[in-house]
Design a protein around this ligand. Structure first.
Ligand code: DC
Length: 220
C-alpha cells in the first residue's frame, strides 16, 4: 500500500499528540512530535544561559536534536542525551514558545522535519506542518476544541497531578497561548486551506479516533 504524509496541526491542549501517536500506531507509521524538537532547543538555551537571539542562532550548529525509542516510546534527544523528561516542564514549554519565534530556529528544524518525511509513512504534529513543513501532505488535519473545553481538560489534568488550579486562570492561559500561536510573525498557527477540521469539543476519544482512522483509510 502506498505510504502517505499525515500533517496534524492545531491549538494547544486539544489532544494533538495523543491523536497523532494513536494514528501512527494504527497506520504503522513513524510519529514525530515537532513540539519536542522546539522544546529540546529551548532546554539547550536554558542550560547555556543563551538569551540573545544572535547567541541562540550562533549556537544552532552545535545543537543536534534527534529521537530514540525506549520501551516503544519515543524520547527526544539533545546531542545524544535523552532529555524527554526534562523538556516536559512549564519553564521549557515557555522557553520553546519564545525560541520558536526566531526565523533561523524554525528554518533549522523545518529542514530536519522535511528530511524525516522524505520516505513518507509519517505522522507529524505541530503548528505549521500542513502549511510550511509539508504543504503537499496527502492528509492534513486541523484539530480544535473550544477554549473552555481545552481549559477544563487542562484544569482536570492539573488537579490529577495534585495541584489546585483556578479555572479562570487556566482559561486565560489557554486564550493567551492561542493568541501568541496565531499572531506571531514567523509561521503563525493557521489552518491550511486543504486541511480537514476536526472539532473534538463534544467527541469522546473513541468517536474522534474513528473519524480520524476513517479519514486515513480514505486517503490511502
Ligand atoms: O506542542 P508543544 O507544546 O510541545 O510545543 C512547544 C512550543 O513549540 C509551542 O509553544 C509552539 C512551538 N511549536 C512551533 O512553533 N511549531 C511547531 N511545529 C511545534 C511547536
Amino acid at each position: 500500500m502506498k505510504k502517505i504524509v499525515v500533517a496534524i496541526d492545531g491549538y494547544s491542549s486539544c489532544g494533538k499528540s495523543t491523536i497523532a501517536k494513536a494514528l501512527a500506531q494504527y497506520a504503522g507509521y513513524t510519529y514525530v512530535d515537532t513540539g519536542a524538537m522546539y522544546r529540546a532547543i529551548g532546554l539547550y538555551t536554558l542550560r547555556h544561559h543563551l538569551l540573545a537571539e544572535a547567541d541562540i542562532i550562533a549556537a544552532l550548529p552545535k545543537i543536534e536534536v534527534g529521537f530514540m525509542l525506549i520501551d516503544g516510546a519515543q524520547h527526544v534527544t539533545l546531542n545524544g542525551e535523552d532529555v524527554e523528561s526534562q523538556i516536559r516542564t512549564l519553564e521549557v514549554g515557555n522557553r520553546a514558545s519564545e525560541i520558536s519565534q526566531i526565523r533561523e530556529v524554525r528554518a533549522f528544524l523545518v529542514a530536519q522535519q522535511q528530511k524525516m518525511g522524505e520516505a513518507k509513512g509519517i505522522v507529524m504534529d505541530g503548528r505549521d506542518i500542513g502549511t510550511v513543513v509539508f504543504p503537499n501532505a496527502e492528509l492534513k488535519l486541523f484539530l480544535t476544541a473550544s477554549p473552555e473545553v481545552r481549559a477544563q481538560r487542562r484544569f482536570d489534568e492539573l488537579v490529577g497531578k495534585g495541584q489546585q488550579p483556578v479555572y479562570e486562570e487556566v482559561l486565560k492561559d489557554v486564550n493567551d497561548r492561542d493568541y501568541r500561536d496565531t499572531h506571531r510573525a514567523e509561521s503563525p498557527l493557521r489552518q491550511a486551506d486543504d486541511a480537514i477540521v476536526v472539532d473534538n469539543s463534544t467527541m469522546t476519544r473513541e468517536e474522534q479516533m474513528k473519524v480520524i482512522y476513517d479519514l486515513f483509510d480514505r486517503h490511502q
